[in-house]
Design a protein. Structure first.
Ligand code: FES
Length: 63
């Protein structure tokens, strides 16, 4: 699903960046994607997904 509708950044993309590139905070996501550059409504959800990805390595297998 899209987390950032304005820039088409999905939850899958956020998890992938966490797992494959070791992104640990929202600043890292913002550096690598346009997430949050427009309305910013996506930022809290993106933070929650990133936190979950970093806390639950089981999801790593599902990619
Ligand atoms: S939904 Fe991400 S900037 Fe608007």
């Amino acid at each position: 699903m899209y987390v950032c509708v304005c820039h088409a950044v999905s939850d899958k993309t956020i998890r992938k960046l966490a797992y494959e590139q070791g992104v640990r905070d929202i600043r890292g996501i913002k550096k690598l994607t346009p997430l949050g550059l427009s309305c910013g409504k996506c930022v809290p959800m993106a933070k929650a997904i990133l936190q979950d990805a970093n806390a639950n390595p089981l999801y790593k297998e599902a990619g």
